[in-house]
Design a protein. Structure first.
Length: 81
């Protein structure tokens, strides 16, 4: 699998990555690793622009947590057991 060239995000590309991440989380296959990577980029951009406590970051943080929890649940290792 090829890695895309990392280019600086702008509002439009950030929104596109966020939408793609939501598709990965909510899709039948649940591609959580890809969603986590996308949301990491989105959060880096949004936190840099607005600050990490800004309300604009809340949905991305929430969905990042959902993706992490869902991945851990699939691995039956939610609490490190």
């Amino acid at each position: 699998e090829e890695q895309e060239e990392a280019e600086p995000l702008d509002d439009k590309s950030c929104d596109e990555k966020y939408a793609k991440a939501l598709e990965q989380i909510n899709g039948v296959d649940g591609k959580y690793d890809e969603a986590i990577d996308l949301l990491t980029e989105v959060l880096e951009y949004k936190c840099g622009k607005f600050g990490e406590l800004a309300i604009e970051c809340a949905p991305a943080f929430y969905n990042y947590g959902v993706a992490l929890f869902s991945k851990a649940r699939l691995e039956n290792d939610v609490f490190g057991e």
